[in-house]
Design a protein around this ligand. Structure first.
Ligand code: ASP
Ligand code: MG
Length: 417
């Protein structure tokens, strides 16, 4: 069994979906496909949830745009045969539509999952219909029925034991047809929809591969593989041909966007290689992540995270920053689902670097203001260089104001204005 994961960019238009078909038709052996929401639909659905919570009628306009985007893709893919698929799509969207007619009744995180999951539910239905129309026998599997999670909405934890039983059932029902299932989406044992955290479809693919003892996972991306830097900012970036699980997990942890940080563990545990390939150049060699690694391990790799905030916290009562104080601070971050990207502390203050998520970050800081004097800087960049060299450091920092620097044997990080 092989597992393919198609992210939003690889299914952002009718043309992209035709290309997906071309890739699938070259497959060898049994295939399990994990598909994301079309294009930027998850962002659009997040805006829809926000607008619903704000009240007013804007939400119907936003939903209308989401409907139109999907319908255009359907018309373009199916032409005269669109009716059946349009009806099917209407069934998907009507559940959300009727929800939006009344006010949200449960927690934000719960409602978010019920609404945002529409992106993947709809995309997989449409892709599955399309492959069928091109004579590829498919089996549409509802991830809410096989990817069983706890009820931590928006960041659900997978129950591997329970999911295994359900997934075996899916594969046996599929009977050799191509399985098409949603990334990012799961379900609790009680049947509530959950999601795994933004960009979580890679993780879904890794979990499925782990449970199915797959031979290989391919993540189809809009880049030729893992690169030594973001080609948008550094046109000279090189592709890395081979990299170890260890190095890949470090890179994704520091913010390399190619794969979701949780993806590696389920694969490493079963020694399943992960292949990152370009959907626009399927014959290209891509990057292979496995236990072997490669010479590229020693090349400098640069990861830039934008929109960072540097927050410094000083206890109001002038107490030392000791363990119990640290754990209190981290508990607040955990409650607000905010990850700390870098931390430095002295006797009576901490400095933390984190992603600035606007309103959510505002709430987090308000809570911290109970016990701490809070100062912050916004609009910063966090630059991480693995396997740094003096030359590489100079290239990325010279002439810029470095607010914090942290260096270990393999990695250096700079918070830069
Ligand atoms: N559609 C979800 C997101 O954009 C999951 C994914 O694409 O991995 O976050
Ligand atoms: Mg996506």
């Amino acid at each position: 069994m092989i597992v393919y994961k198609f992210g939003g960019a690889s299914v952002s238009s009718a043309e992209a979906i035709r290309n997906l078909y071309a890739i699938i038709s070259e497959r060898e052996g049994e295939l399990f496909m994990v598909v994301s929401a079309f294009g930027k639909m998850t962002n659009a659905l997040e805006n829809l949830v926000d607008s619903w919570y704000r009240g007013g009628d804007e939400r119907f306009l936003l939903l209308g745009r989401i409907r139109e985007y999907h319908e255009n893709i359907i018309y373009s893919l199916f032409g005269k045969g669109s009716d059946v698929v349009i009806n099917d799509f209407n069934n998907c969207i009507s559940a959300v539509e009727s929800k939006l007619r009344s006010s949200p009744s449960r927690s934000y995180d719960y409602e978010y999952d019920q609404v945002v999951s529409l992106g993947e539910l709809a995309s997989t239905r449409i892709v599955s219909f399309y492959l069928e129309s091109r004579n590829i026998a498919t089996y549409w599997a509802d991830a809410r029925e096989w990817l069983i999670t706890d009820d931590t909405h928006r960041e659900a934890n997978v129950d591997f034991t329970f999911s295994l039983k359900r997934l075996r059932n899916v594969v046996s029902k599929a009977g050799g047809r191509v399985v098409v299932t949603q990334g990012f989406v799961g379900g609790t044992r009680n049947g509530a929809t959950t999601t795994l955290g933004r960009e979580g479809s890679d993780y879904t693919a890794a979990v499925a591969a782990n449970l199915l003892d797959a031979g290989n996972v391919v993540v189809w991306k809009d880049v030729p593989g893992i690169l030594t830097a973001d080609p948008l900012f550094y046109p000279g970036a090189d592709k890395i041909d081979e990299i170890s699980y260890h190095e890949a997990i470090e890179l994704s942890y520091y913010g390399a966007k190619v794969i979701h940080p949780k993806t590696i563990k389920p694969l490493q545990n079963k020694n399943i290689p992960l292949h990152v390939k370009s959907f626009t150049d399927p014959a290209g060699s891509g990057t292979i992540i496995s236990d072997r690694g490669g010479a590229a391990e020693l090349k400098p790799v640069v990861i830039v995270k934008n929109n960072q905030m540097l927050v410094s916290l000083t206890p109001k009562d002038f107490s030392f920053v000791v363990e119990d104080c640290l754990s209190r601070v981290f508990a607040v971050f955990f409650r607000h689902r905010t990850k700390v990207n870098l931390i430095q502390h002295s006797a009576i203050s901490f400095t933390l670097c984190m992603d600035n998520s606007g309103r959510l970050t505002g709430r987090l800081l308000d809570e911290l203001r109970g016990d701490f004097r809070v100062l912050y800087n916004e609009g910063l960049e966090l630059v991480t260089i693995r396997h740094y060299t003096d030359h590489c450091i100079k290239e990325h920092t010279s002439g810029r104001t470095v607010l914090v620097e942290q260096r270990s044997r393999n990695t250096v990080q700079f918070v830069i204005k």
